[in-house]
Design a protein around this ligand. Structure first.
Ligand code: SF4
Length: 343
């Protein structure tokens, strides 16, 4: 298996920015960015990051507001926070031991093994959903069980190339993203077809049995731009797992039996202690995050006075033209499109 796979890899490997000028730090950055995120999405973020923080040392000296600004739009923001925290914990050189790596925030079994294989040429196989899928197909396993999962891991580890463990990992990654995809396979170009049971059964995409996709919940949200003396109010999300550290306009979920306009008046009062009487409806936005979607009613309000303002979190009054200096959740960029069309 190794020879066929590696020969195919050396002829077909993707030219990715993190495959140039490698260091354990750069492998780590790319692997964290690639978690649950497509390669084409990650590329510009990775380039920007490495330009600003080319070494672990430069990243360790960073401040979080600058770091999250680079991450803005990439999603799953806890990854960024974990990396920042992990960098502070790394004493001098990047750890090259599984037990040390796994202790760092944001590094799980897959990431630790992948870093060790690629950056340190250690004999590990990081098995993510792509590699797992290939294993299920080669072994002709349909049902996802713990036992089958372990069989897949054992198979992939037994066939590991001890001379080039990183190449073996990356060859499987590239195979999973090009020929052996979840919903389509290109078996006749595959270097592993001679050993692949799912190929001989002629229905590889049924291995493992595909999950029935769940419907995600959509929440109705009301949000208002609060404008006072040509400045708008933004607030920093803090102590939340979701989108923490990003800036947003006030607002929140529309409760049952509440109209959007009633909701925004209540939310603004609760969050800022400001009274707004005539919010003006600007438009509607839908946006999907990984586990849920939002349907946002966007308003603008002009309070007569802001003397009563009382906000528990960090906030600022800024010129709307300066807003792109602050990291914002993706949905807020769509709101800015509505705001731009106001003039
Ligand atoms: S032969 Fe087909 S199903 Fe089997 S590993 Fe290759 S692409 Fe995947």
């Amino acid at each position: 298996m190794q020879n066929e796979l590696l020969n195919w890899f050396y002829q077909n490997k993707r030219d990715l920015p993190w495959r140039h000028g490698r260091s354990p730090y750069r492998v780590w950055v790319s692997e964290i960015m690639l978690q649950q995120t497509q390669v084409k999405t990650v590329i510009p973020y990775y380039k920007k990051w490495i330009k600003k923080y080319p070494t672990l040392k430069s990243f360790k000296e960073s401040n979080f507001d600058d770091v999250i600004k680079i991450w803005e739009g990439l999603g799953y923001y806890s990854r960024c926070q974990n990396m920042f925290n992990a960098a502070k914990l790394i004493k001098s050189s990047f750890p090259n031991d599984y037990d040390d790596l796994i202790k760092l925030p944001g590094i799980g079994d897959y990431t630790a093994k992948t870093i060790l294989a690629i950056a340190f040429k250690k004999n590990f196989v990081g098995v993510d959903t792509n590699l797992e899928r290939i294993g299920y197909r080669i072994l002709g396993l349909k049902t996802k069980t713990k036992r089958n999962h372990n069989r897949v891991i054992r198979f992939l580890e037994e066939n590991q190339c001890t001379e080039n463990p990183g190449d073996y990992n990356e060859a499987l990654m590239d195979l999973g993203s090009s020929l052996c995809k979840a919903s389509i396979t290109y078996c006749n170009r595959c270097p592993l077809k001679n050993i692949c049971k799912a190929y001989t059964y002629s229905s590889p995409t049924l291995y493992p049995t595909p999950k029935v996709s769940k419907k995600i919940s959509i929440y109705d949200i009301a949000i208002s731009v609060i404008e006072y003396q040509n400045k708008v109010l933004i607030m920093k999300r803090q102590n939340t797992k979701f989108l923490s550290g990003l800036w947003e306009f006030p607002g929140g979920k529309i409760e049952k039996n509440e109209t959007a306009i009633q909701s925004i008046i209540r939310e603004v009062k609760e969050e800022t202690n400001l009274s707004i009487s005539n919010p003006v409806f600007l438009g509607n936005i839908t946006h999907k995050y990984s586990h849920f979607g939002v349907n946002i009613s966007l308003f603008i309000s002009f309070p007569k006075s802001i003397k009563s303002i009382n906000i528990d979190q960090e906030y600022k009054w800024i010129k709307i033209n300066d807003i792109l200096n602050y990291p914002l959740p993706k949905a807020n960029h769509k709101m800015l499109d509505i705001l731009k069309k106001l003039d």
